[in-house]
Design a protein around this ligand. Structure first.
Ligand code: PMV
Length: 343
């Protein structure tokens, strides 16, 4: 779809964008401001080439109001509210307050795979809306807009390895993501082991709130996160895989420890998740450069040094309870796409 910038609030304006999902190695878990959706801790992620969302937006004065479609099916409730809030901010910046929009999002990975798509979806949305409205905002500003909908979405604006600051400003202006290392500079490989393709038991926002409200380990989690981020950033900058492996597994297990200690405890893992951890530990003992991470769900993600993805995927595919595996390289940042890209 072509970008149709226009000074008139009555013209149709449309654009499409693509963004990739990301996987946090240093976890975001907890909010310092709920209303603005500001993270309590910094995070660091890798952008995943193999998981992407394409979002088309059409601002059209003839529409009755904002609407959102996932794979052609209308969405309502929380997701539509978040889209509406982002678009209101962007419409105000463009001086087009009353221009309704239709948003269509598709993922190139099966939604039934139990993988979160909100990060790639919201990142693609802000890029498409920016193009359609002719705003041309800097990437850091788009990252902050995406963050308002989903903390991890702020990271999907960028490719390769990405750092997200918690920031200290009350308005959240310094809680933005920035690229740390381009995808081509350290071609890590990612294996996703699907252990359960059902919907999440407790979503990340509810899980964070519950942990903050009831876990005695939450303050320890907050205290440990900044140092973990520093160690991970150093490891990325020096391409020190072993150091990155050590601190990433620690961050993941510390996040889950804080959630496990909530009341009632949040257990995101399935038996196969633990079996997959044991598989990764076995590979490590045999000298394979790989480490694991797990988000607020049962899938295990294995990060592999360049060239080791296929062997790790083969080992994980043999773990009882692993339904399927997916191998990917690091992806690029979110970008506007044309009709030809969209074909
Ligand atoms: O972006 P949210 O609100 O879905 O939260 C993401 C939380 C984790 O995936 C568990 C960790 C992370 O940093 O992505």
């Amino acid at each position: 779809m072509t970008v149709v910038p226009s000074a008139s609030a009555t013209a149709v304006r449309a654009a499409s964008a693509q963004a990739h999902a990301n996987i946090a190695l240093i976890k975001y878990w907890g909010k310092r401001d709920k209303a603005l959706n500001l993270p309590a801790v910094p995070s660091l992620s890798v952008t995943v080439a193999g998981l992407s969302s394409r979002t088309r937006i059409r601002f059209d004065p003839a529409l009755a109001g904002d609407s959102l479609y996932f794979g052609g099916r209308p969405a309502a409730g929380g997701e539509l509210d978040r889209v509406h809030a982002i678009l209101d901010t962007m419409r105000a910046l463009a001086g087009a307050e009353d221009l309704p929009a239709r948003v269509d999002t598709d993922n190139d990975f099966p939604t039934a795979a139990g993988l979160a798509s909100s990060a790639s979806g919201f990142a693609a949305l802000v890029v498409a809306a920016d193009a359609a409205l002719g705003l041309d905002l800097p990437a850091a500003r788009l990252s902050a807009l995406a963050r308002a909908a989903s903390g991890s979405a702020a990271r999907s604006l960028f490719g390769g390895v990405v750092e997200m600051a918690a920031g200290t400003a009350a308005d959240g202006s310094d809680a933005t993501a920035r690229p740390l290392l381009a995808a081509a500079s350290w071609p890590l490989e990612i294996v996703i082991a699907i252990t359960d393709s059902g919907p999440k038991a407790v979503g990340s926002t509810d899980g964070m709130d519950h942990t903050a409200a009831t876990s005695p380990y939450y303050t320890a989690w907050l205290a440990s996160a900044p140092a973990d981020l520093e160690r991970a950033r150093d490891a990325v900058q020096t391409r020190d895989f072993d150091a990155l492996a050590r601190v990433s597994e620690a961050s993941c297990l510390r996040m889950h420890a804080s959630a496990l200690a909530a009341e009632p405890g949040l257990i995101y893992w399935r038996p196969a998740t633990l079996a997959a951890i044991e598989c990764v530990r076995g590979l490590q003992a045999g000298g394979v450069p790989v480490f694991f991470t797990i988000d607020a769900g049962p899938q295990l993600k294995a990060i592999c040094a360049p060239g080791h993805g296929d062997a790790v995927a083969a080992a994980l595919a043999d773990v009882p309870g692993v339904e399927r595996t997916l191998v990917s390289g690091l992806g690029d940042g979110a970008r506007v796409i044309t009709e030809e890209d969209d074909a």
